[in-house]
Design a protein. Sequence first.
Length: 156
Amino acid sequence: MKKHIIFALAALMMAACTHSNEPENSSNAEAEIFAQTKNFAALGKSTVLTEPVFEQDSVMLLAELTSDTTLRLSMLAVTFSERMPVTIDMILDSVSYTRSEKLISFSGEDIIPTAGGKPYDRYKATALKGTITPDSLCLSATLGTYPVTYHGAIQK
C-alpha cells in the first residue's frame, strides 16, 4: 500500500510540472529563445520516496542537448540518504528526448550513470521520464533501488 501511495505522489509531482502558469498569449520571442536553447540549468528539490522520505533542497540539475535526439542530465552535489556520507555529481548520458515549441519531454531505461568519471552501476536509472519547459525541469526515476523525483526552476 505504501508503494502505491509513493508512486501516486510521484505521478502527481510529474503532472504538476507539465502545467504552466503563463498566460496563453505569451510572447513569440520567449518561444524562439526556448527553441534555440541547448543547455538548461535548474535549481530545485530532490526527493527520495523511501521510508522515511528524504529531501534535499538546492540541488542543481543541468540538462544539455547533445544531439537532435539525446541529452545529458547532470545532478550536482546530490545525495540519496542522510546516511550517505558524501555528495556526488551524477551524470546520465544518452537520454532520449522529443521537443515541441515550449516543451522537451525525455525518457530512458537502464542507463548506467557515471560519478567521478566512472560507471556507477549501483544507481542504474530505470523508468526515467521528465519534462523541461521555459520555467521548470521535472523528472522521476528509480536510481538503483531509490524512487526519486526532482522539481526545479530554470535559472535564467
